[in-house]
Every structure is written in structure tokens, then in C-alpha cells.
Design a protein around this ligand. Structure first.
Ligand code: 0PR
Length: 385
């Protein structure tokens, strides 16, 4: 740290220089991000609530009410009237809370001390972090030829140590939805906690279904579902950090509660102590401002771009890994190594992401990628091959 104060203008100049090294969403070149530029209104509200701290909610009663309202609204979107949960930093923390709730619940009610969680091979790496932190063993369920959980493999993986089963509604690499209804039944029959990671899909599947898209049910209308991760900072257009964890009942928060005697509330169930009220306020604002209608339009528009991109890729001789269910397209060229192709695109200024299972170029069609960007990308792909 400098000894003497530095002039604001000099500090800003230095920061601006460094900020210039960042890529912008606005130029449409970031192809593999599930985050996007937040809506200006959400950013405005976020700034107003920068000093609020939901770690001590008695001091910020209004903001706590806002968080409760957001959780209620997201719960309703997921077919749950009385939802419990929190706005957290993102999908990682939401998944960690879900796994912690499942572990503590099984420890309390079933006496399981060395628990296992069953996750698909396609699960986000946040579950590896959660398992490591919570001392849980991961048992992987296989994925089938359609890159979705192989239900038989999942059934075989269940043991008397299983504390949670996880399925994904919008996989990180391919945007696919696991057979959640079937898995929910299995979890329910076996009295096992079932968590759905809809970090990506949670803010689009309900709207696309309402608009007539043939997508499966993935939410609390299924009896087995105990919790759902759904991230406002992905498809919800809220500023980072905004993840959501929704629980079916309060009991799952209770089993995580620790005493916080000197605070304005006597227990705390979240992982983080001091936490931003701004994330809840901005999420609340954008959900109100968009309404179901706004999100439906957004999701439909992104699906149209997805279809446009996939169809044109095929016309150019590229092969897509699977028909997109959500707004992700993964593709290869039959005559070119994927990493070589990725490098050629990088050389042309595209920020490319390569999926691992299977290896493929992966484009997440977020709101910052407009039709004209796709046309430019297709032109480059045509020229490359
Ligand atoms: N669950 C799923 C299904 C996810 O896809 C992700 C992240 C998470 C949980 C974890 O969420 P947080 O990153 O909010 O904790 N999916 C993206 C990924 O890891 C996140 C991302 C976003 C990556 C923007 C890159 C990027 O530029 O691929």
C-alpha cells in the first residue's frame, strides 16, 4: 500500500487501463459464458443497496423482506407456494448449501456419518468442491448416449450411505435436462434427498414451457425434489453475484443453523456471514421489471438464435453434438481436430470454450450474442473450412 493518499483521477486512470484488458460482453465475442451483461435497471438498484448486509438482517429489515420476496417469487416460478432459501453468491454456493442440508439432514434423521452423494458425470465441478468441504464421497452415475443421466446406473449407485441424489436442468456443457421426473420418483421411494441443479435452466425452462416448448418438468411439482439451485446472475440478467437456493421446507435450513448469539437473529444457516443485500434487491427489481412476459420473450429469442446457429452450422458441414434443448450449441467439424478449430477461432478474436464430454466447441447463446455476431461467426466458420 502507498504511504500517502493518491489522487482519485490517477487511481481511476490506472484502473481504467487495467479494465481495458477485460473482454466486453457487448462485442459479442464471448462465446462460452453463462453470465452476461446485467440489465441496466438491475445495476442501478444494485448500487443503491451496496451497504446492506443480510448477515445481520435485524439491522436491514427491509432488505431481508426483499430477499424473502425474491425467494417467494422464484419458488412460485418453480411450483412451490411457500419457499425457503437465500440469494447467495452463485451456483457453487447454492449447491454447497444443498449438499450441506442433505448431509446434515441424513446425519440427524438417519444417523449417516460417512455420506455419499450421487451426481451425474455431467455435473458442474462445484459438487466436487462441496464433497471435499463436507467430507462426502462422490459416486458418479453414468450418462447415456444422449448425455443425460443413465437412470439404471443411478439406481445401482444408491447405497445405505446415500445422502443426496443430484440431477441437472441445463447441463453446463450441453444445456441438457436430465430425466428429473423419473429420478424424483426413485429418490422419493428410497427416501433420499433430491437436489436439482437448475443454475442455468431455472430462469428459462419455466418460461419456455409456458410458451409451448416441449421441455420436461423439473421443479417442486415433483414430490421428490427437495431443493433447486437457480441463478439470477445467469439467465436472470441480474448482476454478479446472484445465485439462488430454494428449499421445499424450512427443516432443511434448520439442520444447517448455527448459533449467532450477538446478532439480531439468533441462528444463521447460510455459509457466508456478511452478505450483500444488493444481490437480492437487484434480482427483485429485474424480476418485477421483466415479469413472466419479459423473461418469456428473452428465452424465446435466445432459443431462436440457437436454432438459427445450429441450422446454419449444419449447412456448413459442421456436426452438432445434440439437438439443443436450451440455448447451448456444441459442435465439431468431422475433418478437423476440435482444439485446432478452437485455436483458429481464437486467432480470429473469438473467446471460445471447449467442452470435455464430448470434446466439442461450445457456444452459450446468451443475451450479449446477437444475430449479427452469429452471422460473423458463421462467416468465419465457413472461411476456416
Ligand atoms: N451449476 C451449473 C449447472 C453451472 O453451469 C454452474 C456454472 C454452476 C452450477 C456454478 O455456478 P457459479 O459459477 O455461479 O458458482 N456454470 C458456468 C461454468 O462453470 C459458469 C461460468 C460463467 C463460466 C461464466 C464461465 C463464464 O465466463 O462453466
Amino acid at each position: 500500500m502507498d504511504d500517502k493518499p493518491i489522487d482519485k483521477q490517477d487511481i481511476l486512470k490506472e484502473l481504467d487501463e487495467l479494465h481495458k484488458l477485460d473482454h466486453n460482453y457487448a462485442d459479442g465475442r464471448i462465446l462460452g459464458s453463462m453470465c452476461t451483461e446485467a440489465h441496466p435497471f438491475a445495476k442501478e438498484v444494485f448500487c443503491k443497496f451496496l451497504d446492506t448486509n443480510l448477515g445481520d438482517p435485524g439491522l436491514f429489515r427491509g432488505t431481508k423482506q426483499i430477499e424473502n420476496n425474491v425467494i417467494k417469487s422464484i419458488g412460485e416460478l418453480l411450483s412451490l407456494d411457500d419457499a425457503y432459501g437465500n440469494i447467495v453468491t452463485g451456483g457453487t454456493e447454492a449447491n454447497l448449501m444443498a449438499m450441506r442440508a442433505a448431509r446434515n439432514h441424513a446425519r440427524k434423521y438417519k444417523g449417516i456419518s460417512d455420506g455419499e452423494i450421487i451426481i451425474p458425470e455431467s455435473a458442474h465441478f462445484s459438487f466436487k468442491k462441496a464433497a471435499d468441504m463436507l467430507n462426502l464421497k462422490i459416486v458418479e452415475a453414468k450418462i447415456d448416449e444422449n448425455y443425460k443421466i443413465d437412470v439404471e446406473s443411478l439406481r445401482d449407485a444408491i447405497s445405505d450411505k446415500t445422502v443426496a441424489i443430484v440431477a441437472i436442468a441445463g447441463t453446463t456443457e450441453l444445456g441438457l435436462i436430465d430425466p428429473i421426473e423419473e429420478i424424483s420418483e426413485i429418490a422419493f421411494e428410497n427416501n433420499i434427498y433430491f437436489h436439482v441443479d437448475a443454475a442455468f435452466g431455472g430462469f428459462s425452462i419455466p418460461f419456455l414451457r409456458q410458451a409451448g416448448y416441449d421441455l420436461p418438468v423439473f421443479d417442486f411439482s415433483l414430490d421428490g425434489v427437495c431443493s433447486i439451485t437457480v441463478d439470477p446472475h445467469k439467465m436472470g440478467l441480474a448482476p454478479i453475484p446472484a445465485g439462488g437456493i430454494i428449499f421445499r421446507c424450512e427443516e432443511y435450513l434448520d439442520v444447517m443453523a448455527v448459533d449467532s448469539p450477538y446478532l439480531t437473529v439468533k441462528t444463521q444457516s447460510t455459509i457466508v456471514g456478511t452478505r450483500l443485500g444488493a444481490s437480492s434487491a437487484a434480482t427483485y427489481a429485474i424480476m418485477k421489471y421483466f415479469g413472466r412476459e419479459g423473461y418469456t420473450k428473452l428465452a424465446q429469442n435466445l432459443m431462436e438464435n440457437t436454432k438459427f446457429f445450429a441450422q446454419n452450422l449444419k449447412k456448413l458441414g459442421y456436426e452438432i453434438v445434440c439437438e439443443p434443448e436450451l440455448n447451448i450449441v456444441a459442435f465439431n467439424h468431422p475433418d478437423m481436430d476440435t482444439n485446432v478449430l478452437a485455436q483458429k477461432l481464437e486467432d480470429l478474436g473469438w473467446k471460445v470454450s471447449v467442452a470435455k464430454c464430448p470434446v466439442a466447441i461450445r457456444v452459450v447463446l446468451m443475451n450479449h450474442i446477437k444475430k449479427n455476431h452469429l452471422e460473423e461467426l458463421l462467416k468465419d466458420l465457413e472461411d476456416i473450412y
